[in-house]
Design a protein around this ligand. Structure first.
Ligand SMILES: [Zn+2]
Length: 190
């Protein structure tokens, strides 16, 4: 008997004549795991034999092609397709998540972004004379960050009370205030 999927009304792997689809264990990260459970609803609690099949994951969460028999999920993966409950929140704001979704943070036409395997950089270019990067936010793999004016790191007394970016709002706050940081202005917090 192949491993079945614990999502209610999902028929994957339930017929011995049907095709076999990949199934996945619940994540070890408690926060992400709780999102998977919430998506099933009814206070579902996963145990070590609980699995969710590939049919519930969007392509953006899957590494490799679906035809591959040994599929892997990205760490930020959450089941969003054919689930009893809708999940509106992303499980956590990780480097992987940001690498995939950085475009939604280009909040101004002067902003640009560059993404590599271990660095994400948002920067502003001034095109008025020789195009110059005026300021940037560099985000490292552990989500620590640096704010730079041209190529100099700005001092730490920038009214920023966090050292890691754990939420979308923190990154938006940095990007929205980049100009003020650059000019050394006092920033009024909401
Ligand atoms: Zn399923």
């Amino acid at each position: 008997m192949p491993t079945v999927c614990c999502v209610p009304n999902c028929h994957s792997n339930r017929s011995r004549y049907g095709p076999y689809v990949s199934v996945f264990r619940f994540p070890t990260n408690d926060k992400v795991k709780s999102y998977w459970e919430k998506a099933i609803g009814n206070d579902f609690k996963a145990n070590s034999s609980s699995r969710i099949c590939i049919e519930h994951f969007e392509d953006k969460y899957v590494c490799g092609t679906r035809t591959n028999s040994r599929l892997l999920l990205k760490r930020s993966a959450v089941p969003t397709l054919f689930m009893p409950k809708l999940i509106f929140e992303e499980p956590y704001f990780s480097f992987e998540y940001l690498s995939e979704n950085y475009k939604q943070f280009i909040i101004d036409k002067d902003y640009y972004a560059n993404v590599t395997d271990d660095l994400i950089c948002f920067y502003k270019i001034d095109f008025s004379a020789v195009p110059t990067i005026t300021s940037s936010v560099k985000i490292f793999k552990n989500m620590e960050f640096e704010i730079l004016k041209h190529d100099k790191t700005l001092p730490e007394n920038l009214n920023v009370e966090f050292t890691k970016i754990n939420e979308k709002e923190q990154l938006l706050y940095l990007l929205q205030n980049l100009k003020a940081f650059e000019e050394g202005k006092e920033i009024t917090k909401k």
